[in-house]
Design a protein around this ligand. Structure first.
Ligand code: MRU
Length: 344
């Protein structure tokens, strides 16, 4: 059994009366936590990507609702005030369904007119957090069992402890492979423009003594061509009913390259990332972030002269995916076999 991985640096710390959010924009140079006591602050922490990664933003939003209850209960009309806060949290980022999944769970409690909302919301948020960690541990083992050999792996973005309730999704599988002695080497894309791979993934793996090598995103094709990758393992922000996967921009390019080079592609995600309400990936809203995150500094003064297109996710069709792994089990060749059996 894989041991629970708790980084010494946790992305989210719940104190019982506030949420401390590790500012991931400052990593790895600086470890600093911002402390929030209301939902509006948590929504801003998600929007500004102090906390990022699909499961982590869902967990943060759940704590945001717990803070909303602390702020508003027992003022008159506290229920309407919490509903407004839930709407603010839902507007923070559009693509990762875990955010809406967590908020739906909190909203359902509100509809039950709880007599002790402060403690009920806090307990549910802690439970969402703990269940995500347990899901990561389970999917790490499921994913590693699928790979019956010693392998070289490429990952994209950061789908690790920093992006989740702990341990990680893609990095959870990688941690399990490492513990089983099946991991030769991890290559990590730097993941432009936000550099989640360069700033977060190689830093997180290094703390566990897992061999990780950083590459420029553009080097992935040549790395595969030179026979150095057996599996690509990534996380997901939303998986639709037909097995299409939204994940960090660049994942689709990797999937096309994997097909060309005979490399397998695994997507690891908790069941909170499954969205059976959408039939296929074309219905997923893809977040567009400001050109300022993409433009080199020298252009910022003249932004009106130089434009930039900055979608931060893309959709990989199910037929390019070798396996989708959740805590409930595995869908092999989801484009052929579907993912219906993973539905709760
Ligand atoms: O923009 P980000 O950093 O929130 O994007 C994160 C990703 O795309 C991750 O791969 C995904 O959320 C899975 S995290 C376990």
């Amino acid at each position: 059994m894989t041991q629970s991985h708790q980084l010494s640096v946790q992305p989210l710390l719940w104190t019982g009366h506030s949420l401390k959010v590790l500012d991931q924009r400052a990593l790895p140079q600086t470890i600093v936590y911002d402390e929030y006591t209301d939902a509006e602050g948590v929504a801003e922490a998600i929007r500004s990507m102090r906390v990022r990664g699909a499961p982590a933003i869902g967990i943060a939003a759940a704590y945001g609702v717990a803070l909303s209850a602390l702020s508003h209960y027992p003022k008159p009309d506290w229920q309407s005030a919490i509903k407004i806060d839930i709407d603010h949290l839902a507007a923070s980022r559009p693509t990762a369904v875990n955010l809406f999944w967590a908020l739906d769970k909190m909203r359902a409690v509100l509809h039950q007119h709880p007599s002790d909302p402060v403690s009920i919301f806090a307990k549910l948020a802690v439970q969402i957090h703990e269940e995500d960690l347990a899901a990561n541990l389970a999917m790490g083992e499921h994913g590693a069992k699928l790979i019956n050999a010693s392998v070289n792996v490429l990952t994209h973005c950061n789908a690790g402890a920093l992006a989740t309730g702990g341990h990680g999704t893609a990095l959870g599988v990688i941690r399990s492979l490492h513990q089983r002695g099946q991991l030769k080497q991890v290559f990590a894309d730097e993941t432009r423009p936000w550099l989640q791979g360069a700033r977060l993934t190689v830093w997180e793996l290094a703390q566990d003594g897992i061999p990780a090598t950083l590459i420029a995103d553009a080097a992935a094709a040549w790395l595969m061509k030179s026979g150095q990758i057996d599996w690509i393992i990534v996380g997901a922000d939303r998986i639709t009913a037909n097995g299409d996967v939204a994940n960090k921009i660049g994942t689709y390019s990797l999937a096309v390259l994997a097909k060309q080079h005979g490399v397998k592609l695994m997507v690891a995600a908790p069941s909170s990332t499954l969205d059976f309400s959408l039939p296929s990936g074309e219905h997923i809203e893809i977040e567009q972030r400001t050109a300022r995150e993409l433009l080199p500094e020298c252009y910022l003064e003249t932004e009106s002269l130089v434009s930039a297109w900055n979608p931060v996710f893309d959709v990989t069709p199910a037929e390019l995916i070798s396996a989708i792994v959740t805590e409930r089990g595995v869908a092999v060749d989801p484009g052929i076999n579907g993912i219906a059996h993973l539905q709760p």
